[in-house]
Design a protein around this ligand. Structure first.
Ligand code: 5AD
Ligand code: SF4
Length: 429
């Protein structure tokens, strides 16, 4: 299979295409697979029709993610019949769910892997068989200006609506030495920006050490650090203080609230009340006055009344989010909420979704406009495109469009001259 070593001519090289759906964990796992493919002599291509092997690294968290994957599988089936694509692999969260097996049958997928056995891709692409390896310990890509480092996998919560504990399993905290070892290697290879990843990063614990200890240690070796996702029940004030105190931690907090109604929070098993969430935000604002705040909100969980929805709108007003990821409730097979009575009609969900969106965007726009005229140090994340605009990030975590030749990983000083709800527009000075 691996004929590149014996006959390394261009047209003999195997090609692969990876499509990533869903969250940063998947983006990160795709990088590990990319690294394996390179090791096996594959060349990465953009288009399915140029690929011998296509890997779909999938998300299962909401039904529309699955629908999208079905669309891609249909197209791949056709390309396979036409002989353009040879093999299709499906990995990630659908791979770990029952539906993975069903899709395999239905679309004749060649390989289905879950999130716990990603290492098995090795033998499939002609590398030596690998022993069972904790996915975060598989090497990722080196030499990129910014990189993710997984500190924990899985989740010990049982939120009513959520499939993550089923497909990703219970929480496993990655040992401190492994995390710091990976961060060191990355920084030595030129990485400037480390994002610590996990479903509930604040729940990380090891031998008396807590997440804030880990974050502090990482911030001592990495030039720029961020982390996601936090859970309001685990988020410690000490962590919020640390964010305020350490110059090189990006001052953005992503703290999913899901609902502003105590009744819904209870039904969702979130483990906190709206009041506790508000207090966390107060502590954040006190410690990190220039920080930005984002959240996740679900519209139309079963049983949600108009009154519950109003509580959410109030909370949005009070917290003044800079951004929110708003989701319409999506029933996931095997979760508690999928069986709950009181399904909210689609048109009601849609209206609530839009009302929340409007409230968030109104707030965000107001806050972003306050930045007009400010001079900021901007970390460049994406190089300039054809329009000459590069995409960067302030230390407070605002996304910024700026006209500059600077490369990813570099900083530019710029003045903000206008603002939208999602992005600041700045001019290099
Ligand atoms: N329906 C809608 N949104 C969901 N999320 C998770 N599961 C569901 C679901 N079944 C949202 C939550 C979570 C984010 C990653 O996705 O808001 O924080
Ligand atoms: Fe899902 Fe809740 Fe765990 Fe987040 S905390 S991954 S929403 S079960």
């Amino acid at each position: 299979m691996n004929n590149t070593k014996t006959n390394p001519t261009k047209n003999q090289t195997q090609t692969a295409c990876i499509r990533t759906f869903g969250c940063q964990m998947n983006v990160h796992d795709s990088d590990r697979m990319r690294r394996m493919l390179i090791e096996a002599g594959y060349e990465e291509v953009e288009r399915y029709e140029d690929a011998d092997l296509v890997i779909l690294n999938t998300c299962y968290v909401r039904e529309n993610a699955v629908d999208r994957v079905r669309g891609h599988l249909g197209e791949l089936n056709r390309l396979k019949r036409e002989g353009k694509v040879k093999k299709v692999a499906l990995t990630g969260c659908i791979g770990a769910a029952e539906e993975g097996g069903e899709l395999k049958e239905q679309y004749g997928i060649d390989l289905v892997l879950g999130t716990h056995n990603t290492y098995e891709l090795a033998s499939f692409i002609g590398l030596p068989n690998m022993e069972e390896t904790f996915t975060p310990d598989l090497p990722g890509m080196k030499g990129q200006h910014s990189a993710f480092v997984t500190i924990m996998t899985g989740c010990n919560y049982q939120c009513s609506y959520c499939i993550v504990p089923t497909v990703r399993g219970r929480m496993i905290c990655r040992p401190l030495e492994n995390v710091l070892g990976e961060v060191k290697e990355l920084v030595e290879s030129g990485t400037k920006y480390i994002t610590l990843l996990g479903q509930t990063v604040d729940a990380w614990r090891q031998k008396g050490l807590r997440f804030c200890d880990l974050l502090e240690r990482v911030s001592e070796i990495a030039p720029r650090v961020w982390f996601t996702t936090s859970h309001p029940s685990n988020m410690e004030d000490r962590t919020l203080e640390l964010i305020g105190r350490k110059d090189n931690i990006v001052k953005r907090l992503h703290l999913p609230v899901q609902s502003g109604s105590d009744r819904m929070l209870k039904m969702m098993h979130r483990g906190y009340k709206a009041e506790r969430y508000r207090r966390k935000i107060e502590v954040f604002r006190e410690n990190v006055p220039d920080g930005t705040l984002s959240t996740d909100i679900i519209a139309g969980h079963p049983g949600e009344t108009e009154e519950d929805h109003q509580r959410t709108l109030e909370l949005v007003e009070d917290c003044g989010f800079d951004a929110a990821y708003i989701f319409k409730f999506s029933p996931r097979r095997g979760t508690e909420a999928a069986e709950m009575p009181g399904r909210v009609p689609e048109e009601v969900v849609q209206r609530r979704f839009l009302e929340i969106l409007r409230a968030v965007e109104g707030n965000a726009l107001k806050r972003n406009r306050e930045k007009i005229g400010a001079e900021e140090e901007i970390y460049i994340r994406h190089p300039r495109g054809e329009d000459g605009i590069a995409i960067g990030e302030t230390w407070s975590g605002h996304a910024v469009h700026v006209e500059t030749d600077a490369s990813p990983g570099e900083y530019v000083r710029a003045r903000v001259n206008s603002a939208g709800p999602h992005v600041l527009y700045a001019e290099e000075i």
